[in-house]
Design a protein around this ligand. Structure first.
Ligand SMILES: Cc1cc2nc3c(=O)[nH]c(=O)nc-3n(C[C@H](O)[C@H](O)[C@H](O)COP(=O)(O)OP(=O)(O)OC[C@H]3O[C@@H](n4cnc5c(N)ncnc54)[C@H](O)[C@@H]3O)c2cc1C
Length: 192
């Protein structure tokens, strides 16, 4: 199986990766992690230059607390928010305190960026604008990269969903329909 880190995406070849995940928010990162735990060849495309864009200070109040489903996004204790927080210095914890015992948006954004460093196959500054079905049933992204399935984890649509084949193919899975670890693990296991 090819490693997303070492295998360049060839242009126009079928089956470069089994799965492309689009969007490095909590759901996309959790999905990419689950796929890699099941040894599925996968790549994650993020439009912006880092993970967790939704939680940027200009987009969401930094005193916002993060809801439990976002906190419990990863089953892996080594990559949990609690593990991340324990690894931070006292000065970090003073500078970015929890809010009523819950992570603030700053805490959570920093966590997602840390998490993204522990997950391979991420391509930042790589917006996906267009999806199309190829004659042999694969999916082509931006008329460049070809994969077997796509997971759309684009959140509330920023910058926006790709055009083309988005709602019409059973090979395009919507992360907003996968709400638990079990859903992600089941999807990843099917691709294994
Ligand atoms: C107004 C509002 C307030 C909210 N407040 C809270 C709150 O207080 N606490 C809380 O926990 N949750 C809050 N949420 C919910 C929060 O958005 C979700 O819980 C969480 O961000 C969803 O994660 P996600 O991974 O699905 O999407 P997101 O976090 O939105 O991540 C999607 C990612 O996909 C990328 N992307 C989008 N389109 C493309 C593309 N075409 N190509 C490549 N990349 C792309 C984006 O840049 C982004 O990084 C709020 C939502 C809204 C709308």
């Amino acid at each position: 199986m090819k490693s997303p880190e070492t295998a360049p995406l060839s242009h126009g070849d079928n089956g470069d990766f089994d799965v492309a995940v689009i969007g490095a928010g909590p759901k996309g990162l959790a999905m990419q992690h689950a796929l890699q735990q099941h040894d599925v060849s996968s790549v994650l495309f993020e439009a912006r230059n880092r993970a967790g864009a939704f939680f940027a200070p200009n987009r969401i109040n930094r005193r916002t607390t993060i809801t439990p489903h976002n906190l419990e996004i990863l089953p892996d204790p080594a990559l949990s928010f609690q593990t991340y927080l324990r690894s931070r210095s006292p000065s970090y914890q003073r500078r970015y305190p929890l809010v009523r015992g819950f992570p603030s948006s700053d805490n959570f954004r920093h966590y997602l960026q840390w998490l993204s460093q522990h997950i391979s196959g991420l391509r930042f500054s790589s917006p996906i604008h267009h999806l199309a079905l190829t004659p042999d049933g694969h999916i082509q992204l931006n008329r460049q990269h070809t994969v077997a399935s796509v997971v759309l984890a684009t959140g509330m649509g920023a910058p926006r969903d790709p055009t083309g084949l988005v709602r019409t193919s059973d090979r395009v899975i919507h992360a907003d329909e996968q709400n638990t670890h079990a859903d992600w693990a089941e999807f990843a296991a099917e691709k294994d």
